[in-house]
Design a protein around this ligand. Structure first.
Ligand SMILES: [Zn+2]
Length: 554
């Protein structure tokens, strides 16, 4: 049974504080040092400020960004942390905002006439190319199934087909998900090939001019409303010298019903085609349809910010333990009736508040750890993990000396849980550290409870994993201590369906934050242990993210 009202760590702390107080009392000296326990009041204050209407939904490149960045710097300073980028708390991240004009046009012609999915309703299209206009003319549609090239699974959906200049029609998730066949990919658990961003990158590598992602709420892990909230309006990208010329000209999501109509227009049965795509030996299918599309874009270049601070360590201060959380959210939608601000309280004001409260606990920790502790609030998480991609390409602390990254993404708001879920389970031995700390809290470690959603690949964790920096992304699981796992699952489903990326994701003083505080105490302790160890956490030998990590001497 779980001890409530204080886990093991809290218990140890109480004993230690008591002893210190006694010593102080005997010697007639100072009061005990402030607790390193996660501070609930501070946590609530940070969430309520960051998720307030005043912060306008924290969209990069807006006044909401300026307020967020100022707030973070003020908090870092208040805690006595040092700037993480020379004299500055900011790592500038050059971005471009691409807004497609209302005159976007699209039509798809076939032997039986023209099909025209309505942009914004049946199809949501954009471009990541930073140019005033993109245009596709008579681009042939090819159904490439899951659009995957994965040598380790002996799978190539682009074998024997040349898609240069063509528009590929792609399913999301992967063949293991579709067939629930444990021998295909990782069975029902999504692999890194399942995520939409992989699909568009692979299509671009293959030279495709356009990509239509077929939406399916189950396979994607979010509904059509999330597609509409995320991919309409101005789109953000990292600003690159070539203006992302390597990307396909047109990227789009197509609603499931509209996709079925498209297959019907091609004389294909959607259900049968999708089933064939999940079988070994699938071959891409030219659909006999041609697409014309034009987008006129207005472009705005601006510089966003990763906000970074460091608490210098002792004997091995060049080595770091890094806490990360994306600070941004979706901003404000003026075209919306009613409440227009995407406050992003859970996503991810909770994670940023967590990062600040963990920082406070470290600032109160005596003596400081041997390794330095870095706090990195990332920009552009919602727009495709842009801040973390930029950071790993331009690290301010050498990645090889970064012993561990602990990712705080959308904390679990609710009561205590019996389990701690690890997203991307089975990859690094940071799990061993997390397991022993969880046990002290009376909790067990569990794998990602909903691996088909691929949340690991949708978090900043994946940017660090791809750079082979051991990363932990864990939080309270579904097994609610009071109400059990069925209730826990229902809560999560309710969040994903009704609050995720919607304006109702707001803070309330009725939030039960006990579960989040347990998770933050666990994160603090895991980081503290790694920061006091000489050892570098490792990827497990069978992890796809493992490459030889060579560490310079301290
Ligand atoms: Zn997010």
């Amino acid at each position: 049974m779980r001890k409530r009202g204080g886990g093991g760590i809290r218990g140890i702390w109480a004993v230690w504080t008591g002893a210190a107080w006694l010593l102080g009392a005997c010697a007639g000296q100072r009061a005990p040092p402030p607790s390193t326990e996660i501070d609930e009041t501070a946590f609530r204050t940070h969430v309520s400020v960051l998720a307030s209407d005043d912060f306008e939904g924290r969209r990069p490149g807006t006044a909401g960004e300026e307020k967020t960045v100022s707030y973070l710097i003020e908090q870092y300073r208040r805690l006595g942390l040092k700037p993480g980028n020379g004299e500055s708390f900011v790592q500038p991240v050059p971005m471009v905002e691409i807004l497609a004009g209302a005159d976007a046009s699209l039509s798809i012609a076939g032997p039986k006439g023209t099909v025209t999915p309505a942009n914004g309703r049946d199809i949501v299209m954009w471009t990541k190319r930073a140019v005033p206009q993109v245009h596709l003319a008579q681009s042939e549609l090819v159904f490439v199934g899951y659009g995957i090239v994965a040598p380790e699974y002996a799978w190539n959906d682009y074998a024997d087909i040349d898609v240069h200049g063509k528009t590929v029609v792609v399913l999301v998730n992967d063949p293991g998900y579709a067939g629930k066949d444990p021998k295909l990919f990782k069975g029902g658990a999504m692999t890194s090939y399942g995520i939409w961003s992989y699909k568009v990158e692979e299509a671009a590598r293959q030279g495709a001019g356009g990509v239509l992602l077929v939406h399916d709420a189950g396979a994607a892990g979010y509904g059509w409303n999330v597609v509409q909230n995320t991919w309409t309006g101005p789109q953000l990208e990292l600003s690159t010298a070539d203006g992302n010329a390597g990307r396909a000209a047109i990227e789009a999501w197509i609603d499931n019903d509209a996709a079925r109509a498209l297959f019907a227009a091609a004389g294909l049965d959607f259900t049968a085609s999708a089933a064939a795509a999940a079988r070994v030996g699938f071959k891409a299918v030219p659909m006999g349809l041609r697409l014309d599309a034009t987008l006129h874009n207005s472009l705005r270049q601006f510089v966003s910010a990763n906000v970074i601070a460091v608490l210098p360590g002792g004997s091995r201060r060049r080595e770091t333990v890094m806490y990360v959380a994306h600070w941004d959210h979706l901003g404000t939608d003026p075209s919306r009736a009613g409440h227009r601000i995407f406050n992003g309280a859970v996503d991810n004001a909770s994670g940023v508040a967590g990062l600040l409260t963990v920082a406070q606990s470290f600032a109160r920790t005596q003596p400081p750890a041997d390794r330095s502790i870095v706090f990195l609030a990332l920009t552009g998480g919602e727009a495709g993990l842009l801040g973390s991609q930029y950071y790993v390409a331009n690290p301010l602390f050498p990645l090889r000396q970064t012993a561990a990254v602990l990712d705080l993404d959308t904390l679990r708001i609710g009561g205590p849980t019996r389990d701690v879920s690890v997203f991307g389970f089975g990859n690094t031995d940071l799990e061993g550290t997390a397991r022993s700390v969880a046990l002290l809290q009376g909790r067990e470690l569990s794998p990602d409870p909903i691996p088909e959603l691929g949340l690991y690949f949708r978090s900043d964790s994946i940017s660090f994993a791809r750079a082979s920096v051991p990363v932990l992304y864990a939080k309270g699981g579904l097994d609610d201590a009071a109400r059990g796992p069925v209730w826990g699952r229902a809560q999560l489903d309710d969040y994903m369906a009704h609050r995720y990326r919607q304006p109702v994701d707001q803070y309330s003083t009725d939030w039960d934050v006990r579960g989040a505080l347990d998770d933050l105490n666990l994160y603090y302790e895991v980081g503290n242990r790694v920061a006091r160890s000489k050892r570098f956490p490792r990827w497990y030998p069978n992890s796809e993210y493992r490459v030889a990590r060579i560490h310079a001497p301290p």
